[in-house]
Design a binder for this molecule. Structure first.
Ligand code: DLZ
Length: 176
C-alpha cells in the first residue's frame, strides 16, 4: 500500500527541552471498511474522554467510519469487556483505553499488571489487534500531559487510533 505522507508524533517533551529521538513515526493508512471497537474506563474520566476523542479523530482521519465505543467502570474491567466484543465477531480490532494513576496503596501495581497481561492475552488468543491504550501514570500531571488535557503535551489516543488501523490492515493482509 502507498504511504503518501509521514508524520512524527513525539512523546511528551523532555522537561529540559532537549531534542528527543523518541516517538512514533506514522505513515497514513486507509482504514475504509474496518470495524473498530473502543472500550474505555470511566475512572479518571477527564483523561479517558480526551483519549477516546483522540482515538476517534485519528480513526476518522484514516477513513474509518464504523466505530463503536463502550464504557466500563475501571481499567480492571477492560480486558473482559474487550473479550466480549471480540467474541461478537463484529470487530476487526479493539482499542482499550484507561488511565491508572498511582496512589498510596498497591492497587496501581496489581491492576496495571493484570490489565497488561489480559490485553496481551486477547491479542494472541483472538489473533485480532487489541491496542494497549492504558496510561500508567505516577501523578495527575503525567496523565494530563499524555492525554493532551487543557492543551498539555500530546493526546496519545491519536497514536492508538492509527496504530489500530495499521495492525488491522496487517492482520487482514495475512488472514486466510
Ligand atoms: C479502584 C481503582 C483505583 C484505586 N484506581 C483506578 C485508576 O487509577 N484507574 C482505573 O482505571 N481504575 C481504578 N480503580 C478501579 C478498578 O480498575 C476497578 O474498576 C475496581 O477495582 C473494580 O473491579
Amino acid at each position: 500500500m502507498a504511504t503518501p505522507t509521514k508524520r512524527k508524533i513525539e512523546n511528551a517533551p523532555n522537561p529540559d527541552g532537549a531534542k528527543t529521538i523518541r516517538g512514533l513515526d506514522l505513515p497514513t493508512f486507509d482504514g475504509a471498511g474496518l470495524h473498530i471497537g473502543i472500550v474505555s474506563a470511566r475512572w479518571n474520566s477527564v483523561v479517558c474522554e480526551n483519549l477516546v476523542a483522540g482515538a476517534v479523530e485519528a480513526l476518522k482521519s484514516c477513513n474509518v467510519t464504523d466505530i463503536t465505543t463502550e464504557y466500563v467502570a475501571g481499567s480492571y474491567e477492560i480486558p473482559q469487556a474487550a473479550q466480549v466484543m471480540l467474541e461478537s465477531g463484529k470487530f476487526d480490532g479493539i482499542i482499550c483505553i484507561g488511565c491508572l494513576i498511582k496512589g498510596g496503596t498497591m492497587h496501581f501495581e496489581y491492576i496495571s499488571e493484570a490489565v497488561t497481561q489480559g490485553i496481551m492475552r486477547l491479542n494472541l488468543d483472538y489473533k485480532r489487534p487489541v491496542i494497549y491504550g492504558i496510561l500508567g501514570c505516577l501523578n495527575e500531571e503525567q496523565a494530563k500531559e499524555r492525554a493532551g488535557v487543557d492543551g498539555a503535551g500530546h493526546n496519545s489516543g491519536k497514536d492508538w487510533g492509527i496504530t489500530a488501523v495499521e495492525s488491522c490492515l496487517l492482520t487482514k493482509k495475512y488472514s486466510k
